[in-house]
Ligand binder design. Structure first.
Ligand code: SAH
Length: 362
């Protein structure tokens, strides 16, 4: 069990301002429990960015807190880019230690909105096609640093009377390598007294860490699991994703069937379409054989080419033919829309534009 959402959030706020913890913070300002709840709910539910927006707090109290360096957000936006059609926004945020992470807001049709958030600064898994993977690992994010990315864009939507309908852990980093903080972030997103997003509207995407897939199957929450597969056989997958040398496809698929057996929940398989690499009909048949007969759904992702990686995205026509092979084999498949290509909205791309390459993960 993770601590309750309000405690996690207030404790982090207190520590950011240099207090030993929640008690010291409450004592310093003579705050009763309901005041802590007011601060938390204003931030989590109404996405307030600064203390002065919390009008339920006395003005003098807001000023006193601000003087002591109390801040509602743990992350600071550096740049926010909008796609030409304005339906995608990508934010680059600075953490207290100068690290940078990205999050993306996508506004789909019919009021559906998705926020894509980062769980680590950088990533240690070095997938050959991924911009973040090429730059190496810096550190895990805290639960609140993860949550604050969602809060930032929730505020943006709120200003236009819209709300967040989906959150996906598909930004920078490997969420299952930062498991405890990610579970706390999920609790923060889910809190019915706070952000209030149903578990079913949260998706965690992993490179396929087998022991963590098992752990996640025991959480008893309805959040969705997505596996970044990208290749239907070990040789090809290992060439794209070094993690495949640790957990091969057979081991990964065994963990996936245990997960479905235990949770009765569908798993989504992400498959990024790389021209001439993994997009042939033969690979589609191989993938169909892995997927068939299970509660599995394939998402074909158009590749956002990045200057760090020597790949091109498959032609649209090729993607649809690949999808047709899966469909004919009875495998549920969705071709994802590409959004925000003009603002380099794929994992790690914005950071890569503003920062020099960091060391490679060892
Ligand atoms: N580490 C996790 C989550 C982060 S990546 C994981 O691997 O699932 C989220 C998804 O974006 C992954 O499926 C990843 O393969 C994909 N991705 C990375 N770079 C991309 C790019 N340039 N274009 C399209 N998808 C990309």
């Amino acid at each position: 069990m993770v601590a309750d959402a309000q405690s996690i959030w207030i404790e982090a706020l207190a520590k950011r301002a240099g207090f030993a913890g929640t008690d010291a913070f409450a004592q310093a300002f003579e705050l009763r429990e309901y005041r802590l709840t007011q601060v938390y709910r204003a931030a989590a539910k109404e996405s307030c960015a600064v203390l002065d927006e919390i009008t339920t707090l006395p003005k003098a109290l807001r000023a006193a807190m601000a003087d002591r360096g109390v801040a509602l957000s743990s992350i600071e936006p550096i740049t926010v880019q909008r796609s030409r059609d304005a339906r995608t926004k990508k934010g680059l945020f600075r953490l207290h230690d100068g690290r940078e992470v990205e999050a993306v807001l996508m506004e789909h049709r019919r009021d559906r909105t998705t926020i894509c958030i980062s769980s680590q600064a950088g990533c240690a898994f070095a997938c050959s096609f991924c911009s973040t993977g090429q730059a190496g690992f810096a550190r895990n994010l805290t639960a609140v640093e993860i949550f604050d990315q969602a809060r930032y864009f929730a505020r943006d939507l709120r200003a236009r009377s819209k709300r967040v309908t989906n959150v996906v852990f598909m930004g920078m980093g490997e969420p299952f390598q930062n498991y405890a903080a990610v579970m706390e972030a999920v609790a923060l997103l889910n809190d019915p007294h706070g952000f209030g997003l149903g578990h079913r509207h949260v998706t965690i995407s992993t490179v396929g860490l087998v022991d963590r897939i098992d752990a996640f199957s025991h959480e008893g929450i309805q959040a969705n699991l997505a596996i970044s597969l990208h290749a239907p056989n070990d040789e090809l997958r290992a060439s794209l994703m070094p993690v495949n040398r640790r957990h091969g496809i057979a081991e990964l698929m065994a963990a996936c069937s245990r997960y479905v057996e235990r949770t009765h929940r569908k798993i989504f398989f992400e498959y990024v379409m790389l021209a001439g690499v993994n997009d042939s009909d033969a690979r589609a048949h191989e993938l169909a054989a892995l997927m068939r007969g299970h509660l599995y759904h394939v998402n074909l992702i158009p590749y956002n080419a990045t200057p760090d990686a020597p790949y091109a995205g498959s032609e649209e026509d090729r993607i649809w033919r690949f999808a047709a092979v899966l469909e004919k084999a009875g495998v549920p498949v969705t071709v994802r829309h590409n959004m925000g290509r003009d603002i380099a909205a794929a994992c790690g791309q914005l950071r890569a534009q503003t920062q020099p390459k960091a060391r490679k993960a060892s």
